[in-house]
Design a protein around this ligand. Structure first.
Ligand code: NAD
Ligand code: 0WE
Length: 262
């Protein structure tokens, strides 16, 4: 019997088999959790339905986190299947493409800032607020995905770094508020992974090559690595952990310099 058996988890942010959300879903399913998934738009619907089926889930519904009506529809929709929710996974991030090219100062715009913060940070609080009636007293957990750009100036990550810094503060405020209601809130700061969200980012391959050379574990991170850490954080094994940002980055953020090959 897996260490998540009996847990009901909603996963927001599945787009493809390369998604971090897919690594998380597979780990949760392996450990015995029941799953529900949302898809951002009709284009993603068939793909998400097929992937859900693979993990024995037939609960899928639309959710664009930019839309308050869709956020408010989550609980009524989930209620058709489940009367409680134990786990919410938020694996969503977005900034307009022009915000992730060139320097920070050149690229930043008021609109780009607003969209990045709305989709990548506000949506965590919005979803936590909306799902509270189902999650309260469940000994449940909320998990989001962050990146090193929240605390370091990483080339081209630009306004997404500000949005991730906001997301990490969001984790701490939610942890403080929801802890007394039996809900833990954590984040995983993942190393770079080639997903749809990384497609077309200039120099992404170069970044991956650099990371696998210098990170203490000498390889890149996979969605499966993140999935296993996520399963731990969202299970009762992590009952004493909340408000935490856990680095699943092969130790990259912990070194200060790398010299020769070895
Ligand atoms: P992905 O493209 O597979 O997933 C991103 C998801 O965000 C997609 O499912 C997309 O549909 C969803 N999304 C975007 N806008 C949305 C909206 N308005 N409403 C609902 N959903 C929306 O890429 P991924 O790399 O798996 O990204 C998942 C999370 O992991 C993101 O928060 C990302 O910032 C974070 N992350 C990624 C990496 C990486 O290198 N890939 C590293 C660290 C953290
Ligand atoms: O959080 C991310 C990516 C987030 C992202 C990606 C896109 C591409 C498509 C947000 N918005 C968009 N908008 C689009 O139109 N990561 C952690 C992956 C990532 O993105 C980078 C990175 C890394 C790592 C961008 C620049 C530098 C490094």
């Amino acid at each position: 019997m897996g260490f998540m058996s009996g847990k009901k988890a909603l996963i927001v942010g599945l787009a493809s088999k390369r998604s971090i959300a897919w690594g998380i879903a597979k780990a949760f399913s392996r450990e015995g959790a029941e799953l529900a998934f949302t898809y951002q738009n009709e284009k993603l619907k068939p793909r998400v339905e097929t992937m859900a089926k693979e993990l024995n889930s037939d609960i899928t519904f639309p959710l664009d986190v930019a839309n308050d009506d869709e956020i408010n529809a989550v609980v009524p929709t989930l209620n058709k299947h489940w009367s409680t929710l134990d786990i919410l996974v938020h694996s969503v991030g977005f900034a307009p493409r022009d915000q992730l090219a060139g320097t920070f100062v050149e690229s930043i715009t008021r609109e780009g800032f607003q969209i990045a913060h709305d989709i990548s940070s506000y949506s965590l609080a919005g979803l936590a607020k909306a799902t509270l009636p189902l999650m309260k007293n469940s000994q449940g957990a909320i998990l989001t995905l962050s990146y090193l750009g929240a605390i370091r100036a990483i080339p081209n990550y630009n306004v997404m770094g500000l949005a991730k810094a906001s997301l990490e503060a969001n984790v701490r405020f939610l942890a403080a508020d929801l802890g007394p209601q039996g809900i833990r809130v954590n984040g995983i700061s993942a190393g770079a992974i080639k997903t749809l969200a990384a497609a077309g980012i200039s120099d992404f391959r170069k970044m991956l090559t650099h990371m696998e050379r210098v990170a203490p574990i000498r390889r890149n991170i996979t969605p499966e690595d993140v999935g296993n850490a996520a399963a731990f954080l969202c299970s009762d094994l992590a009952a004493g952990v909340t408000g935490e940002i856990m680095y699943v980055d092969g130790g990259f953020s912990k070194i200060g310099m790398h010299l020769d090959e070895s």
